[in-house]
Design a protein around this ligand. Structure first.
Ligand SMILES: Nc1ncnc2c1ncn2[C@@H]1O[C@H](COP(=O)(O)OP(=O)(O)OP(=O)(O)O)[C@@H](O)[C@H]1O
Length: 204
């Protein structure tokens, strides 16, 4: 598969104006900022789920010239609260992914047979990440992907995600609050300050 970067060119949504940044293929760009500063809305704009100003490109393809459902398949949002439609976990996965889930997720082999209703928030979050990856996107938009996990699970999921991101050369925008996590996973880190994004120096 072709390796494509994600490019935001003067994207404006809500209180954020003119956000420009580049996410190279295989790289993680972290976004942080106060609660309510617009991180989730920015991800939704990049996923073409929210009206916005400016342009987003995946490689040389413009979001505006791509049908929304195709764009969202290629630039996939994993929201903080994942949505599930069917009763069983397996029904949300293609046949080829209904076997055992990766061991790094810390879930038992029978998880695919479980009803969605019994999943804990952390189990849902890990399965939502796996569901996104098996759909083979080219870019991932992760909204606090480990928010419901304990420290050990967080480390395991981070390592698994990073290995998949490198192996698949995915361009990744990753919203995170924890400075330690940002240090571990980010190739670049931007912080929202007021209406703007500023490059953060992680030694401060
Ligand atoms: N569709 C919408 N229309 C108008 N305002 C909205 C809409 N969606 C969210 N907002 C507002 O935009 C602001 C930014 O919301 P957003 O969810 O992006 O924040 P956030 O930075 O992700 O916060 P948190 O860290 O708490 O998740 C909030 O004040 C929110 O109430």
């Amino acid at each position: 598969m072709e390796h494509l970067g994600l490019y935001l060119d003067h994207v404006s949504v809500g209180g954020l104006s003119a956000v420009s940044l580049t996410v190279p293929p295989g790289a993680v760009v972290c976004l942080s900022g106060p609660s309510g500063s617009g991180k989730s809305r920015l991800l939704r704009a990049v996923a073409d789920l929210e009206p916005h100003g400016g342009q987003v490109h995946l490689g040389d393809e413009a979001q505006a010239s791509c049908p929304a459902h195709q764009w969202r398949q290629r630039v996939m949002l994993v929201p903080a609260d994942s949505q599930w439609w069917f009763e069983a976990v397996a029904a949300h996965f293609p046949d080829r992914a209904r076997g055992p889930v990766p061991s790094a997720l810390g879930l038992p082999p029978e998880v695919m047979a479980w009803p969605i209703s019994r999943l804990s928030s952390g189990e849902r979050q890990r399965l939502a990440l796996y569901r996104a990856l098996v759909r083979e996107p080219q870019a991932l938009l992760l909204d606090e992907p480990t928010a419901n996990l304990d420290g050990d699970s967080t480390r395991a999921v981070e390592q698994w995600l990073l290995a998949e991101i490198r192996r698949r050369s995915l361009a990744v925008l990753w919203v995170a609050h924890d400075p330690e996590q940002i240090r571990r996973v980010a190739d670049a880190h931007y912080r929202i300050r007021g209406a703007e994004l500023e490059r953060a120096d992680d030694r401060d």
